[in-house]
Design a protein around this ligand. Sequence first.
Ligand SMILES: [Zn+2]
Length: 138
Amino acid sequence: MKRSWIKRKPTKPLKRTKLRKKSLQPMPTLRRKADRALQDWFRREYPDNKCECCGGQYEVMHHHILKSNSNAARFNHDNLIFLCSKCHSSLHFGNLNLISIYTAKRGNEWVEKMVELKKVKVSHYGKKALEVIIKKYA
Ligand SMILES: [Zn+2]
């Protein structure tokens, strides 16, 4: 005797398997890993750093050259600025004085480096390039 589909007992909804989750978007995960590796490296190298604007406890890292403007700068530790949360949000709300404060502290050599870095064009980081970055800062 054949049962009709309609009368069938409801089954548990299918669970999302790990395999499916992984296959969704491997690239953003790698990019996040590269971001994390870079930040961890920076914290290891400069464990006592204070907020570069007010001297308070540093809490966040700010990309001097915005991530959206440059792929090359995104994964370069020279582009990371130590900031406290207060200065960080103040900066994002348009307090440009803060940029001149940390820029003055970092000096001309750094400014020149940033100018050069901004010129570097990397249109897209593929899987291999991201893995190189993760290894570099591991
Ligand atoms: Zn601060």
